[in-house]
Design a protein around this ligand. Structure first.
Ligand code: SAH
Ligand code: SF4
Length: 344
């Protein structure tokens, strides 16, 4: 089987090129082809010699993502693409257009093993990790697509399927490759990793000290409630999670975003809002409230509008920066927590 060209970083590809007795500048030409011109088949690489094109084609595949479905939301600016992978597994990627930016929401795993009660991906269970190349190609395809319409990709969020910190190294390698100015050249500040709160990996991320943004899916402000909807809380309880978040902010001086899917009658109470204020009120933090998106296996409902506004007010009154995230792509099941390739 051929290897995926997108799995290689610059040094790895250079080594291959050297071992084929090709001049060093070939690496740069190949990277320009795949990351800047978005070529995806060997014939397009007219900058290379015919023999090198052939050799590359024999040993490497220029991407492994096969678009199978492409759904456009009736909100006019959200699209969801289902990609079939080589082993027949499937993942979903969501493209969101805003007035000032274009964001792609990518997957890091097929399924997810964290089992959050309200999440469709969690309901699938863990199937497998994605390779760096499979992660990278979601971003490159999004950029190519936008480019055809004269637009630029500005942000990448790991908020699709999977728990990115459960697939730490491939995720970080993907960002490193996408960041490399010899190829795609996307600034690390434009990436956001969202995690359910895996403490060892948050520590590792803190040490790695990249400029990638960090978001933590909190959803509850006490252990009893959090463990009941986010099972990993039993392993990594809130007090420890918040303590490591504090360390992270102190060490990196970077803001953390806390995500909160507001569920009617579950975590939309005044009590939870107050507990949350006490937990994060003195931190360099932002709270992102997401109205729960409907998923078939979970009976919870989104909080009422009024409750959401009240919840937000309690936070802002205690000086916490807070936004209610616009719900998008619900009609095509492209909202947070709605991605699950099996249901398609
Ligand atoms: N595994 C990571 C990233 C993917 S989920 C994480 O959990 O952070 C992206 C966000 O969507 C998370 O904050 C997640 O908790 C939230 N989410 C999951 N299911 C949801 C649903 N049904 N409605 C709204 N948000 C949901
Ligand atoms: Fe996994 Fe995130 Fe869904 Fe939880 S919310 S099951 S961590 S994808």
């Amino acid at each position: 089987m051929r290897s995926n060209l997108f799995d290689l970083d610059y040094e790895e590809l250079s080594k291959v090129i050297r071992s084929w007795d090709e001049p060093a500048y070939r690496t740069q030409q190949i990277w320009q082809g795949i990351f800047q011109k978005f070529w995806n088949n060997p014939e397009e690489f007219t900058t290379l010699s015919l023999s090198l094109r052939k050799k590359l084609d024999q040993k490497y595949i220029f991407g492994v993502l096969n678009p199978e479905k492409d759904l456009q939301s009736n909100d006019g600016s959200t699209r969801k693409i289902l990609y079939r992978l080589e082993d027949n597994a499937a993942i979903e990627t969501v493209l969101m257009g805003y007035t000032d930016r274009n964001t792609v929401c990518i997957s890091s795993q097929v399924g997810c093993g964290m089992g959050c009660k309200f999440c469709a991906t969690g309901n699938m269970g863990f199937i497998r990790n994605l390779s760096p190349g499979e992660i990278i190609e979601q971003v490159v395809k999004a950029a190519a697509d936008l480019g055809q319409n004269g637009k630029r990709l500005t942000n990448v969020v790991f908020m699709g399927m999977g728990e990115p910190f459960h697939n730490y190294q491939p995720v970080m390698k993907a960002v490193r490759i996408l960041n490399d100015p010899r190829g795609f050249g996307m600034g690390t500040r434009r990436f956001t990793i969202s995690t359910v709160g895996l403490i060892p990996e948050i520590r590792r991320f803190m040490k790695d000290n990249t400029q990638i943004n960090l978001a933590i899916s909190l959803h509850a402000a006490d252990d009893l409630l959090r463990s009941s909807i986010v099972p990993i809380n039993r392993k990594y309880p809130l007090t420890e999670l918040i303590a490591v978040c504090r360390q992270y902010i102190q060490k990196t001086n970077r803001r953390i975003t806390f995500e909160w899917a507001l569920i009617d009658g579950v975590n939309d109470t005044e009590e939870q809002a107050r507990k949350l204020s006490n937990l994060v009120g003195d931190m360099l933090a932002h709270v992102n409230i997401i109205q729960l998106n409907p998923v078939s296996h979970y009976g919870g409902k989104p909080a009422e509008e009024e409750k959401a506004l009240k919840f937000k007010k309690i936070l802002t009154d205690s000086g916490i920066s807070c936004t209610i995230r616009l719900r998008r792509g619900i009609d095509i099941q492209a909202g947070c927590g709605q991605l699950a390739s099996e249901s398609n």
